[in-house]
Write a protein that binds this ligand. Structure first.
Ligand SMILES: Nc1ncnc2c1ncn2[C@@H]1O[C@H](COP(=O)(O)OP(=O)(O)O[C@H]2O[C@H](CO)[C@@H](O)[C@H](O)[C@H]2O)[C@@H](O)[C@H]1O
Length: 482
């Protein structure tokens, strides 16, 4: 199949979160499976490799006569042997950040990603790449399915093209004033009330859910949650209406980047039968964090600082947990209020708790390798990648039973024989504290049992090559081939 993968970030070029990891690993695996894959993303000035790629085409996005047409250029880079196209426009993408600054989204994000989506499709035709499937990801590219049926609906080039959308995070929906879509009158003036959020706003994700030929969430549990009122981020009814076309496909883990036996971002390598390197990673993590270098259990956490990641469960109980003989290391960036609260606790417990207010891939690898446990008490979690990295690094994940966390971690109490970590149910700080204590107790009282679970965890595999079969299946269904 010819697959156009359209996303707002791709690991190795530009990344703020897990979407970027998937937008790298999935196209690579689809390519390995024999498909012709092209990736297209916005040409942010933050992309360091940008100057090495040639401009391969360009043009203007035509709009209504009263507005000026919007210019763009297409630059070509490569992700391994996959062409990666950047849609460049100085006004929209030459900014210090991808989506916003100082924790505030850019006010014209709707306009920016509407422009990107339409220009990406127009450029695809200019490049002569006729996609069977346009694979959209999250709200940023969720207008694409509707554009294929409106602006490009009569265009014979796209006559056989079908669209799918993957929901990585349904909480972000891209709600913007209708006026921001001045360049896309076919959407701004559409008679379909369902895509609007009240009379004045458009909801990008709704457009995707209504118009995509097939939809998937990044885990089976999250697919079910999206159709429930509690987990549907206010869009449950729209997901329910499309229930026949929705499936859940668990993300894979990219073991090329996340394998402790080959990882060169960590100070020592190790594998399931020889954990000496892990002990060295722990020592170096403790040194780096300025914590006493000793055999206390280390609980790590790496995340964007947002409510989603369950910091409001952790913050109220962190001081109580730090009364025990433990060390806790958190690496995160995002919400300044959450950062301040973490910093205040770090000052109170300098010998036990360290907070790195940073986005650092190298630190993320060190925390994964050097910790004994990894905390992911998310409020909701479409799939989650860090718990998979933790399993591979023998760092027992402590997670809440939601979304992909529920699908990937087996709880010690529920299923001791196959346990790979610890799972708690209720969205309550006290439940998190209980499970942290349970994990601590196991570490202190039964090192052999801890080692056995660690072994289970390290032998667990979530392979992209398995998930790709499910994506191929979804594409075939979208194309009506089965
Ligand atoms: N401060 C920091 N420093 C360094 N690295 C950091 C970091 N904060 C986060 N990261 C990295 O960003 C990625 C986060 O991935 P996740 O899947 O856990 O969450 P995210 O919510 O971004 O992704 C969304 O999309 C993905 C992909 O589908 C879903 O798995 C997930 O549930 C959904 O919320 C990991 O690679 C992690 O190491």
């Amino acid at each position: 199949m010819n697959i156009l993968f359209i996303a707002s970030e791709v690991e190795s070029f530009v990344k703020t979160g897990g979407l970027a990891d998937v937008a790298k690993a999935l196209p690579l695996e689809l390519k390995r499976a024999g498909h012709d894959v092209r990736i297209i993303i916005p040409g942010y000035s933050a992309i360091a490799q940008r100057e090495h790629g040639p401009i391969v085409t360009g043009g203007t996005l035509s709009t209504e006569p009263q507005y000026v047409d919007v210019p763009y250029e297409i630059r070509q880079l490569h992700l391994a042997d996959i062409p990666l196209y950047l849609v460049e426009n100085k006004h929209y993408f030459e900014r210090p950040s991808l989506y916003g600054e100082n924790n505030n989204a850019y006010a014209d994000n709707g306009e920016r990603f509407a422009f990107f989506s339409a220009a990406a499709l127009q450029a695809t035709e200019q490049l002569g790449f006729r996609p069977d499937i346009v694979h959209c990801n999250d709200w940023h590219t969720a207008l694409v399915p509707m554009l294929l049926k409106t602006r490009f609906g009569q265009n014979s080039f796209f006559a056989q093209t079908k669209s799918v959308i993957t929901i990585h995070n349904g909480a972000f929906q891209g709600i913007c004033e209708r006026g921001q879509l001045w360049a896309l009158p076919e959407i701004r003036n559409a008679a379909n009330d369902a895509i609007y959020q009240g009379p004045y706003y458009v909801n990008f994700l709704k457009c995707g859910v209504l118009y995509a030929d097939k939809i998937n969430a990044v885990s089976p549990t999250y697919a079910r949650e999206l159709m429930s009122y509690l987990g549907g981020h206010g869009m449950a009814k729209h997901f329910q209406d499309r229930s026949a076309d929705i499936c859940g496909i668990i993300n894979g883990c990219d073991y090329n980047d996340w394998d402790p036996s080959t990882d060169h971002l960590i100070p020592a390598r190790y594998h399931v039968d020889d954990l000496q390197g892990k002990a060295e990673c722990k020592r170096q993590l403790q040194q780096r964090a300025n914590l006493p270098v000793c055999d206390l259990p280390v609980f790590g956490m790496v995340c964007r600082l947002t409510e989603q990641k369950g910091l409001h469960y952790l913050l109220p109980i962190l001081a109580k947990f730090l009364v025990h003989n433990v060390q806790v290391v958190v690496v995160g960036s995002g919400d300044p209020v959450l950062a301040q609260r973490l910093e205040a606790i770090a000052q109170q417990f300098p010998q036990k708790f360290v907070f790195f207010n940073a986005h650092s891939n190298e630190l993320a690898h060190l925390v994964e390798a050097g910790s004994d446990f990894f905390m992911m008490p998310s409020q909701f979690e479409p799939c989650g990648l860090n718990q998979m990295y933790s399993l591979a690094y023998g760092t027992l994940p402590i997670v809440r039973a939601v979304g992909g966390l529920k699908d990937t971690v087996t709880d010690y109490d529920q299923n001791p024989a196959q346990a790979t970590g610890f799972v708690f149910e209720e969205p309550e700080p006290h439940d998190l504290l209980n499970i942290l204590r349970r994990a601590l107790l196991l570490y202190v009282q039964d090192p052999h049992e801890f080692r056995r679970i660690q072994r289970n965890a390290m032998l667990t595999r979530y392979l992209w090559s398995d998930s790709v079969h499910e994506y191929e299946d979804m594409y075939r269904k979208a194309l009506g081939w089965q």
